[in-house]
Write a new protein. Structure first.
Length: 338
């Protein structure tokens, strides 16, 4: 297959999280065609109505290459020039998916088997595809997860700890603020206390960070606000309990907090002959829960371009990834089960 044309075909199918059916069907057809000529099998792994993972296997799979088929909004179609392929998902992660498929085609042409490819839904929101796959393992020894790492093996990935914060007050006319109680001021005080926290650090992953992602509340400029909200995300580097305890102490009951998501930080394996890096983002790896084997994390592209209007992938890096994935599968097939 032409890696550039395949990447563009995948990019041009809109697949914002929750709307992956069309790209899933395209993947199923593409992999079924490859499997029909090489003795493989392809299946839809049901996740929700009209949402499914796609799994293709050859032989008794010891290794599975995996990445996600969903993207963040907004959708915009592909384009290319001599150097780059552009479009939503170019590097996160449809270019990666194209590289994996082309690598599998190369391996099959060389007479190599006992591997598979797993494309999952929902990574950009709640990892529902990976959580479903964790309940349906195939006995593989290694999981090669694809995310933008500039073709370097990531030896660590930060976790996430997300909170929904609610402040409540009392309505009043803004001309008489003493008769009310501003939920917005309560929320701002709580957020200011959280911004002053000293967060944990790790020798490999670096320091934990806090992002105040959204703030909402109030009714009108001439009304004292009776409710306000904020959505927070910590990027964790280890045990989350010190952050949980510090958060509770900082807010001291002034606002309500609800923990809505926790994904642990992970330390990952490296292999001789592969450059390494550390990434601050979170992947599907923790949500596979070890059910698909010992995880590795590697893929073409820069995370700094993912989720942006400038998302793109260097063609040179895409072709390097095809060879890299093939080399990695060959290497892992020679290793004993970890």
């Amino acid at each position: 297959m032409d890696a550039f044309a395949l990447a563009r075909s995948l990019i041009d199918i809109e697949s914002i999280t929750g709307q992956e059916k069309a790209v899933g069907e395209y993947l199923f057809a593409t992999l079924s065609s490859l499997a029909a000529s090489s003795g493989g099998t392809v299946e839809r792994m049901a996740v929700e109505p009209d949402r499914f993972n796609v799994l293709a296997t050859w032989g008794t799979p010891e290794i599975v290459l995996s990445t996600h088929m969903d993207t963040v909004p907004p959708f915009f179609p592909s384009s290319e020039d001599e150097e780059f392929i552009r479009g939503r998902g170019a590097c996160d992660a449809k270019g990666i998916l194209a590289a994996m498929i082309c690598a599998l085609e190369y391996l099959l042409a060389a007479g190599i088997s006992n591997f598979g490819l797993l494309s999952v839904v929902g990574e950009e929101k709640d990892s529902l595809g990976a959580l479903t796959a964790a309940k349906n393992p195939r006995g593989t020894k290694f999981l090669i997860n694809g995310e933008p790492t500039q073709n370097r093996l990531a030896v660590g990935s930060k976790g996430t700890l997300r909170y929904w914060v609610t402040a409540r007050g009392r309505l009043a006319h803004s001309a008489y603020p003493e008769l009310g109680e501003s939920a917005i001021e309560k929320l701002l005080d709580a957020l200011n206390a959280l911004r002053s926290l000293t967060l944990p650090q790790d020798a490999v992953l670096g320091r934990s960070t806090l992002n105040i992602g959204t703030i909402s509340g109030g009714r009108a400029p001439n009304v004292i606000a009776d409710e306000a909200h904020a959505d927070l995300m910590f990027r964790t580097v280890g045990d989350p309990e010190p952050i949980r305890a510090a958060l509770r102490a900082a807010i001291d009951g002034k606002v309500e907090v609800e923990e809505v998501l926790y994904t642990p930080a992970v330390h990952l394996a490296s292999l001789p002959g592969f450059d390494t890096t550390v990434v601050a983002y979170t992947t599907d790896i923790p949500n596979f829960r070890g059910a698909w084997g010992n995880p590795l994390l590697i893929g073409p592209g820069s995370i700094h371009l993912a989720h942006t209007a400038e998302e793109r992938l260097a063609k040179r890096e895409l072709l390097q990834a095809v060879a890299m994935y093939a080399r990695l599968v060959r290497r892992l097939l020679q290793l004993p089960k970890p």
